[in-house]
Design a protein around this ligand. Sequence first.
Ligand code: NOJ
Ligand code: CA
Length: 660
Amino acid sequence: MCSEKSEKYKAFSPDGQLKVQFHLENSKPFYALWKGEKLIIDSSRLGFKMNNMPDLSGNFEVVETSKSSKNKTWEQPWGEEKNIKNHYNQLQVQLYNKADNLHLNIYFRIFNDGLGFRYQIPTQTSFDYAEIKEELTEFNFAKDYSSWWIPGDPDSYEHIYNNTNISKIDSANTPVTIQAGEDSYLSIHEAALTNYAGMRLKRQSNKKHSLKCDLIPWPDGLKVKADLPLSSPWRTIQVASEPGGLIESHLILNLNEPNKLDDMSYVKPMKYVGIWWGMHIDVNTWHEGPRHGATTEEAKRYIDFASKHNIKGLLVEGWNKGWESWLSGNNIQDYTQPTDDFNIEEVVDYAKEKGVYLIGHHETGGNIPMYEKQMEQAFKYYNKLGVHAVKTGYAGQMKPEGIYHHSQFMVNHYRKVVELAHKNKIMIDAHEPIKPTGIRRTYPNMMTREGVRGMEYNAWSEGNSPEHTTVLPFTRMLAGPLDYTPGIFDILLKQHDAIRKKHAGKNYRRRVHTTLAKQLGLFVILYSPLQMASDLVENYEDHPAFKFIENVPVDWEKTHVLNGQIGDFITIARKDRNSNNWYLGAITDENPRKMDIKLDFLEKGKTYEAIIYKDGENSHWKENPTAYNIQNETFKPGDKLSLKLAPGGGAAVELKPVEE
Ligand code: NOJ
Ligand code: CA
């Protein structure tokens, strides 16, 4: 191969700080990324190994390159930030393999907050269908940097994060967060995952600090099967000088298509309570019987509470027939048949009267053929009842056999559900989902999802450490909203002790590993447009701290990360979209912390009344988790707010401008 052109093609971010370079080496495509003078991603391979056609990996020449730019601000219908600036420079490279007569296009978009690149496999002279055996994309980090990652489990993201050097990663699901020296933080993920397999990253055995794209396979080992032309998801490398910069980045959303929905009338962020925690702590059961949670009476009790406290949604799990079969390996449920003790019409009517909306629930147990047979009817059924939000679940043994949760088959299933839900004016909260990749921009009825080791783990496992939620904002949350379900006030699970003693078995002594004030802080820190107040409502009654949950919004105009270190602490301030109020959340890991926060984000010339919910003098997640104080103070912009967080503690602050 001597037709080698060593020409290098470059593009810079609009602020000139980031540089991506594309080149061919022995006719194989490579890219590299710099932040200022610093090389972050060294020369890294691009391309594909194919099954049904020659590989798209080498023998290439560059036939054309072109550059373009965009600078446009768009508005999110709901979210952490109302106005999003989409500003990038694009480099498009067209490659041709003459010997095999094959084309491959690669698009690089470089923003101030990172790089996205995607492949486009055009329809070829001899092929209009592609089977991808392997995507060759590499991330060759310049050094063996420190990283935060969860294992590359093809079925679940519900893991504790590891913090190791890259060389200690075996396989990891994205987002993977990396600290590249003192002043550089990176997150590797993907955007616009459509009709493709989910990407995890595998460390290359021959290279110490190099990760390679490792797509989740079909049962036959192939990764992607699709008609041409085919666009891959964007491979994303977010770059920031401080860890909080990753959270303020909108690169993932910017790399997705604009809103496709014609009708947005039913898409409404809200808080919700649920007949839910009771099942996880064994006070109730999902299936019918003496401890059945989803009864008409219980639903009305929850509706009364929600209505009194400005909570718009009520999730009811275990409302339908078939729960006995869940986790049996053959989950068969009926999504249009309420249980005998749950009069769904009566519940919906009662809720409506009280200004509360039922959130439906479809637990598929992973049995996709069973669910796909029913789902159209099931969504129609809810639509007819006036139910506009559904939580879906995929907890259980996958069917068809050999299919993984994060495979192309499931990526397509999850999308089908979102589209069908829209046809029936339904918002989706997906549990055991595919990870978020910014699809909410295109389908804003795709509200939130789990894909995280959430609150439930505290009920029936050793639980989540005080550190866990100080890692999530810098890792999982970079991908998108998370239904973590904060808000447990009965930290030691004392309520209904006798029932739990009898039924919880080895889980009887489980507990939550935070202070109560930290639970409040999570409502600001962990973003979800459907945000659950997850405890039993009896644990909120007569609790002054519940006022914060009652007041905290779920839809924001602005978000500022005020401080933070991955796995140690974080403070976020967010401005309500529907008022001039600001809300601030601060959380710490197992270490106590004092912090002074400069309130320079407040509107000039205004005075703010603050209600501060904070740990007590002797609060401690372990010994004294439920002690807290509520304090009133007045602030002007630029004033200093001093917070003292207990070990495993936190704080939540509401700041309201004083009306003149
Ligand atoms: C697991 C989900 O994460 C949880 O929220 C739900 O209650 C159960 N599956 C039952 O569907
Ligand atoms: Ca789960």
